[in-house]
Design a protein. Structure first.
Length: 302
C-alpha cells in the first residue's frame, strides 16, 4: 500500500502542476476574504491528504463535514477533531466552517460536546443542519415552533464563542428556501449571534430573477457565502462547473461592492467518484483549479 507522500506525489504528477500560490498567506494578500472549499467529495482521504490538497490550492482553510457520515462522526469528536485541526495547522490552514448535523440543543445530536470541542480548537463558525416543513400541516405554526430551538442554540453558541450559520437551501419543503421565513427569525439576532451562509446556487434555483432581492435582504446577516453553479436538465437542477450554468457573475459583483469581508466557500459537489483513486483525484484537482480560476475572475482577485 502506498504511503501518503507517494499517493499525493502520484496524484500531482497525473494532475499536472498547480498554477496557484503555494501558500495561503501569499494568496490571502490579493483578497479580503478567507477562502475555503467544501471537502465532502474528498470523503475517505486522510486528514493530512485533505490539508495538503487545500494548501496546494492556495486556500486559507476548508469547510468540512463534521457530522454523521462525515470526516468525523459526532461520537468521536473529542478524539478525532483535534487530529484534523492539527493536520490543517501543519499546512497553515484552519477549519473555516464546520458543517454540522446540529439544529438544536440535544443529547441525540451531541450538540454541546461537538460545539464545545470545536470552539476549544479555535473553530469560529459552523453550518447548522436544515429544518423541513410538513406540507400536510399549516406552515406558519411550524416556523414558530423552530424559534425556541434556535434561541437555545444561539445562546449556547454565544456562550462558547462559535457562530451558527444557516444555509438557504432549495426544495419544496426546506425552511429558508424562500429566504423570508428564516430571515424573519434571524433578524431578531445580531449577525455575530446568528447569520446566513448565503448560497447563490440555491437562491438562484428557487428565486430565478429575484435572487438579487433575497441577497439584498440578507446581506447584513451573511456569515459566509457559497459559490457553486447548476444547469437545468429538464425539470431537475444538476450541479456543474462554476460559470457554466445559471448562476450569474453579478452576484460576485454584489459581494465585492458591498465590501463583504467574511469567508467564501467554493463548492464542487458536482464531482463524483472515489477520491482515493489517483485518476479520480486528478479530475478533482483539475476541477478545483478551473472553478477557482472562474471565482477569481468574477471577484477581481489577482
Amino acid at each position: 500500500m502506498q504511503d501518503r507522500r507517494s499517493f499525493l506525489k502520484n496524484a500531482a504528477l497525473i494532475g499536472g502542476s498547480l498554477a496557484l500560490s503555494s501558500t495561503p498567506a501569499l494568496a490571502a494578500k490579493a483578497r479580503p476574504n478567507k477562502l475555503c472549499f467544501f471537502t465532502k467529495h474528498l470523503q475517505g482521504l486522510s486528514y493530512d491528504d485533505i490539508a495538503s490538497l487545500a494548501a496546494e490550492m492556495g486556500m486559507d482553510g476548508i469547510e468540512a463535514p463534521i457530522r454523521p457520515k462525515g470526516h468525523v462522526e459526532p461520537e468521536a469528536i473529542e478524539t478525532e477533531l483535534p487530529k484534523f485541526v492539527e493536520a490543517l495547522k501543519k499546512q497553515g490552514l484552519e477549519l473555516t466552517i464546520m458543517t454540522s448535523g446540529i439544529n438544536e440543543v440535544s443529547a441525540e445530536q451531541h450538540t454541546e460536546k461537538v460545539l464545545r470541542t470545536a470552539a476549544a480548537l479555535g473553530v469560529k463558525r459552523y453550518r447548522m443542519n436544515y429544518f423541513k416543513y410538513d406540507l400536510t400541516q399549516p406552515i406558519w405554526p411550524q416556523l414558530q415552533e423552530i424559534k425556541p430551538k434556535i434561541k437555545d442554540l444561539v445562546q449556547l453558541s454565544s456562550e462558547l464563542g462559535i457562530q451558527p450559520l444557516f444555509q438557504n437551501h432549495s426544495g419544496k419543503d426546506y425552511v429558508a428556501a424562500p429566504i423570508w421565513d428564516m430571515y424573519s427569525i434571524m433578524r431578531e439576532y445580531t449577525p455575530a449571534q446568528f447569520a446566513f451562509v448565503f448560497d447563490i446556487f440555491h437562491a438562484t434555483l428557487e428565486g430565478g430573477y429575484s435572487w438579487p432581492m433575497n441577497a439584498k435582504l440578507t446581506e447584513g446577516h451573511w456569515g459566509g457565502v457559497y459559490f457553486k453553479d447548476f444547469q437545468w436538465q429538464g425539470r431537475k437542477a444538476e450541479g456543474c462547473p462554476l460559470g457554466q450554468g445559471q448562476v450569474s457573475p453579478d452576484f460576485a459583483k454584489m459581494v465585492v461592492k458591498n465590501g463583504y469581508s467574511g469567508p467564501i466557500s467554493l463548492h464542487v459537489e458536482y464531482l463524483k467518484g472515489d477520491a482515493k483513486n489517483p485518476a479520480v483525484l486528478k479530475e478533482f484537482r483539475e476541477a478545483h483549479l478551473r472553478d477557482l480560476k472562474v471565482l477569481k475572475e468574477w471577484m477581481g482577485w489577482s
